[in-house]
Design a protein around this ligand. Structure first.
Ligand code: BGC
Length: 809
C-alpha cells in the first residue's frame, strides 16, 4: 500500500514514518483562525521527529540574540504551551510512545470536510500487551477558544491497572526551524499552574517582551461502557508543567474512552475580564467531545458551502483533494474568528515557525480568494494594515519620504521585521539580508484595497480606511520617484523587485536597483487609481481627506504627472527589462547548473556557497516582470502602458513570459502559480505542468524540507485562484465582473459560487458554455461582462454564454 493516499476529502498516511513526521505535522495542523496546533502526536514531547507547536494569530514577541558579536533583534510568532500531552502506562511500566512499542497497524488521517484529525494504531508493548488506540482531535471552528481530543484505548489481550497522564507543558521554546537555532528562542515564562475544580487544571504563561498572557485550562474525563470510570485522580505540578494522572482498571476488549478538552484565552481577546478567569469559565461550561464535535462539524459544513469548488474530468481527479487541502489550510489560518483580532495572514500559516509568522506581500495571493467568498474577512485583514499606518508613516519619514511606507515583513505593530542577517545553510555563513528594500509591498496593499472594493462596492470602507491607505501609499510613491530631466521621465531608484536574487548592481556599493519595471508600473497604477478614487468620492470627502492627510494641490498635480510619465525599462530586444541594466548582466549555464546541483531552486544559496554573487547574472528567483501579466489583463496593461506613453502590444506577452521563464529558478513557491497563470492562454501544457508542481509544493514538500517550517499559504491560495479567476477569466474592473474563460483541456467542468457585490453567483464552466446564475442577493442589479457586452443581472437571473460562437441565452 502507498504510504499516503488522498481522496476527495481525506488525506491519509498509512504508515508511521519518523523522517516525514515534521512535514506531516505541518500538513495535519488544525486551527480556526484564532489559534492552531500542529498535527503532532499527543504522546510525545518535542524532540526527534516531534514538534508540537501551538500558535496564536497575532501572538508575537521580540527577543535579542548575539551573532558574531552583534546583537540583533527578531520578532517571532510564539510557540505557546503545549496542550496536547496525553499518554498512558500499564502497571507502572513505560509510558506509551511510538518509539517504545512495536507497531502492528498505523493510520493518520485528516478529514477535511469535518476538520477532524484521526489516528488508528495497533501496537504491542515490550511485555507483549496489545492495544488498539483510536484518537480524534479538533480545534473548534465554532467556538475559537476550544479544542478537544478523544482517545479510545482498548486492551486486546490483557486486563489490569492503567494510569493515564494528561498535561499542559509550558517548557516550550521556539525551536522549530533549524536555521534559527543559534538565535534566542525563549519567548515565554510560565506564571501560574493550578486546579479548576477536580477535573481540570490550568497553566498561565506570558511572553517576555510583548507581555501577552495566555491561559489554558484542560479537563480530562474517562468513560468505560459509557459510564464515568471509577478512578483515582492525582495532580502534579512540576516546573512549568502541570499534569493529572488518572488511575483505573482496564479490562480486556473493553474500550476506555478518554476525553481532553482545552479552553484557551489570551490578553489579546476582546470582551473578556482576564484570560485565566475566562479559561476557567470556558472549561466549566465546555460540553463533552461528541457534542463539541457536532457543533464543530456544523461550522465546517457552513464554511465549505461558501468555500468549495468542484472540478470534473479524469485528468484533474488528483487535483480536487489537493485544492481542498489548500482551502482547508487557508480557512484554518484566516476565518471569521480572525476578524476583530487585528491580524493578517502569515506567509507560512499558523503551521510552523518559518519566516517567524510574518506577513508579507503574499496577501496579494490570498486575498483574491477571500474577496469573492468571505469579503468581510478581507476587510478585516485590510484593517490590519490600516491600523499600522502610524509605523508606515514613521518609516517613510525616517527614510526621507512622504506618506506611508509599509514594511516588507510585518508583525505585531507594523515596523520592519525583516531579519538583518540570515543563515545560508549551504555555506554555514550569516549574510546580510537586504530583502527589506522590496518597496513593492506598498503597491500590493493598494492593489488589495482596490480589488476588495471592486468585489464588494463597499464605499464606506473605501471612503474611510481604503482611501487613507491609498492616499498615503500614493504619497509615498510620489516622493520616492525622482524626475530625470534627460529622460523627461520619473524614476524609482535603489529598490528591489519581487526577485530576491538581485539586491544591488555588481559594481555598486549601495543597495537596490534602479527602475524595477514591476515596481515602476505598479507605482504609476497606484497614483492613477488614487486620483480616480478621489474623484469618485465627491468634492466634500476629497477635501476632508486631502486636509487630513496633508495633500496639497501641487501633490495632486505631481501624482497625475508621475502616473503619466513613469519610466519603464526595456531591453534592446524590446522585451520589458526587469530593471535598468539587466541587459548587461551575464547569462548562466542553467543546464550545467542543473546537472551539477540537481535542485537549483535556491540558486542564490548555491552560488553564495561557491563564493559567487547572484547579482552578476540574468537569473531570477521568482516571477518579477511577469507579475504584471498576473495582476492585470492584457486590456488593462495596454491601458496602463499607453497612459504612460509607451506602445504596448499584448502580442509581446508570450515572448516576455518565455524569456523570463527560461531564467527563473522558482526559489519561491509563489513563482509557479504566477507562471501557470500567465501561460494559461498561450502555452497550456506548460501552464498545466506548473500548476501540477504548485499543487505539489507542500504535499510533496518540493522545496526539500521547507514545509515542516509551515505551509506556503500564498501558493496554496494561488492554486485555488487559478481555478477561480484565471480559468474563468474573472476580472473586476469599473464595477463590472468580466468573464473570459479558458479552461485547460484536462478540466472538463468547473463549478463554484462567488460572492460579488452582495450577490451569490453560481458559476458553471465547461468547454462549450459558461453559465452564471444569480442565486441569492441583497442588492440591485450587478453587471456582468462577456465578450465585450455588459449584462445587468439580479437575484434569480441566469445567463448562459456560449463559448463556441453559438448564441448566448
Ligand atoms: C519570497 C517572497 C515571499 C516570501 C514569503 C520568499 O521566499 O521570495 O516573495 O513573500 O518568501 O512567502
Amino acid at each position: 500500500m502507498n504510504e499516503r493516499s488522498l481522496s476527495d476529502w481525506e488525506l491519509v498516511y498509512h504508515e508511521w514514518n519518523p523522517e516525514e513526521q515534521p512535514t506531516r505535522e505541518a500538513l495535519l495542523t488544525l486551527g480556526n483562525g484564532y489559534f492552531a496546533t500542529r498535527g503532532a502526536v499527543e504522546e510525545s514531547p518535542a524532540g526527534g521527529p516531534h514538534y508540537p507547536g501551538t500558535y496564536l494569530a497575532g501572538g508575537f514577541n521580540r527577543a535579542e540574540s548575539e551573532i558574531g558579536g552583534k546583537v540583533i533583534e527578531n520578532e517571532d510568532l510564539v510557540n505557546w504551551p503545549n496542550w496536547l500531552p496525553l499518554t498512558f502506562r500499564c502497571e507502572g511500566g513505560e509510558w506509551f510512545d511510538l518509539a517504545g512499542v512495536e507497531l502492528l497497524d498505523y493510520t493518520h488521517r485528516l478529514d477535511l470536510y469535518r476538520g477532524v484529525m484521526h489516528r488508528r494504531i495497533r501496537f504491542r508493548d515490550r511485555a507483549d500487551r496489545e492495544f488498539e488506540l483510536e484518537t480524534r482531535r479538533i480545534v473548534h471552528m465554532d467556538d475559537p477558544h476550544i479544542a478537544a481530543i478523544s482517545w479510545v484505548v482498548t486492551p486486546l489481550n490483557w486486563s489490569g491497572a492503567v494510569e493515564i497522564r494528561s498535561a499542559i507543558d509550558g517548557r516550550v521554546t521556539n525551536n522549530g526551524v533549524a536555521r534559527y537555532r543559534d538565535l534566542n528562542g525563549r519567548h515565554l515564562e510560565v506564571e501560574e499552574t493550578g486546579h479548576v475544580g477536580e477535573e481540570a487544571v490550568f497553566l498561565t504563561a506570558r511572553t517576555l517582551q510583548s507581555r501577552i498572557r495566555m491561559a489554558q485550562a484542560i479537563r480530562t474525563r474517562v468513560w468505560i461502557d459509557d459510564e464515568p470510570a471509577a478512578l483515582e485522580r492525582r495532580t502534579q505540578s512540576e516546573q512549568n508543567r502541570i499534569s493529572q494522572s488518572l488511575s483505573l482498571v482496564a479490562e480486556k476488549n473493553k474500550p476506555v474512552r478518554v476525553e481532553k478538552v482545552l479552553s484557551l484565552y489570551t490578553s489579546r481577546d476582546l470582551a473578556i475580564s482576564e484570560p485565566a478567569f475566562e479559561a476557567f469559565e470556558g472549561i466549566r461550561h465546555a460540553a463533552d467531545f461528541e457534542a463539541l464535535l457536532e457543533r464543530h462539524q456544523q461550522a465546517w459544513r457552513r464554511l465549505w458551502r461558501r468555500a468549495d469548488l468542484e472540478l470534473a474530468g479524469e485528468e484533474c481527479i488528483p487535483a480536487q483533494p489537493v485544492l481542498r487541502l489548500h482551502l482547508f489550510h487557508l480557512l484554518q489560518t484566516a476565518s471569521m474568528h480572525s476578524t476583530r483580532r487585528d491580524v493578517s495572514i502569515p506567509a507560512r500559516g499558523l503551521h510552523g515557525e518559518g519566516y517567524r509568522g510574518h506577513i508579507f506581500w503574499d496577501e496579494l495571493f490570498t486575498f483574491p480568494y477571500f474577496n469573492l467568498r468571505l469579503p468581510a474577512l478581507t476587510q478585516a485583514l485590510l484593517l490590519y494594515r490600516y491600523e499600522r499606518l502610524h509605523w508606515a508613516r514613521r518609516a517613510a519619514k525616517e527614510a526621507g519620504y512622504k506618506g506611508a511606507m509599509f514594511p516588507w515583513q510585518s508583525g505585531s505593530d507594523g515596523r520592519e521585521e525583516s531579519q538583518v542577517l540570515h543563515l545560508n545553510p549551504e555555506s554555514g555563513r550569516w549574510i546580510p539580508d537586504n530583502s527589506h528594500t522590496q518597496r513593492h509591498v506598498n503597491a500590493a496593499i493598494a492593489y488589495n484595497v482596490w480589488q476588495y472594493f471592486q468585489a464588494t462596492d463597499d464605499m464606506e470602507f473605501l471612503s474611510f480606511y481604503g482611501a487613507e491607505m491609498l492616499i498615503e501609499i500614493a504619497q509615498f510613491w510620489a516622493s520616492i520617484a525622482t524626475y530625470n530631466p534627460d529622460r523627461e521621465r520619473y524614476e524609482i531608484r535603489g529598490v528591489m523587485g519581487p526577485d530576491e536574487f538581485h539586491t544591488r548592481y555588481p559594481d555598486r556599493e549601495e543597495l537596490g536597483l534602479d527602475n524595477n519595471a514591476y515596481t515602476n508600473v505598479m507605482a504609476a497604477w497606484v497614483l492613477k487609481t488614487t486620483c480616480a478614487m478621489l474623484n469618485m468620492l465627491g468634492e466634500d470627502r476629497k477635501a476632508e481627506l486631502l486636509q487630513l492627510l496633508d495633500v496639497s494641490p501641487e501633490d495632486l498635480l505631481r501624482w497625475q504627472d508621475i502616473s503619466e510619465r513613469m519610466f519603464v525599462p526595456f531591453q534592446t530586444s524590446g522585451l520589458i527589462s526587469q530593471f535598468e541594466g539587466w541587459d548587461s548582466l551575464e547569462e548562466l549555464d542553467w543546464d550545467r547548473l542543473r546537472e551539477k546541483h540537481g535542485d537549483i531552486q535556491r540558486l542564490d544559496r548555491i552560488l553564495e556557497a561557491e563564493g559567487r554573487d547572484m547579482n552578476h547574472y540574468k537569473a531570477t528567483k521568482q516571477a518579477d516582470v511577469l507579475m504584471l501579466f498576473f495582476l492585470f489583463s492584457a486590456e488593462e496593461l495596454s491601458e496602463i502602458f499607453s497612459g504612460l506613453g509607451y506602445d504596448f502590444d499584448p502580442a509581446c506577452i508570450p515572448e516576455n513570459v518565455r524569456y523570463y521563464l527560461d531564467r527563473t529558478s522558482h526559489g519561491s513557491s509563489l513563482s509557479r502559480v504566477v507562471h501557470a497563470w500567465v501561460l494559461a492562454r498561450t502555452n497550456r501544457e506548460r501552464s498545466w505542468d506548473l500548476f501540477q508542481d504548485a499543487l505539489a509544493s507542500d504535499l510533496d514538500d518540493i522545496q526539500g524540507g521547507t514545509t515542516k517550517e509551515g505551509i506556503h499559504l500564498g501558493a496554496m491560495a494561488g492554486t485555488v485562484d487559478l481555478m477561480q479567476r484565471c480559468y474563468t477569466g474573472i476580472e473586476m474592473r469599473d464595477g463590472i465582473l468580466w468573464l473570459n474563460p479558458c479552461l485547460p483541456k484536462e478540466l472538463k467542468e468547473l463549478n463554484f459560487c462567488v460572492h460579488y457585490r452582495w450577490h451569490w453567483l453560481h458559476i458553471h464552466l465547461d468547454h462549450e458554455t459558461m453559465t452564471v446564475s444569480f442565486e441569492k442577493g441583497w442588492s440591485c442589479a450587478a453587471r456582468i461582462g462577456f465578450a465585450g457586452e455588459v449584462y445587468e443581472m439580479c437575484a434569480g437571473d441566469q445567463k448562459r454564454f456560449s463559448l463556441n460562437g453559438e448564441k448566448s441565452s
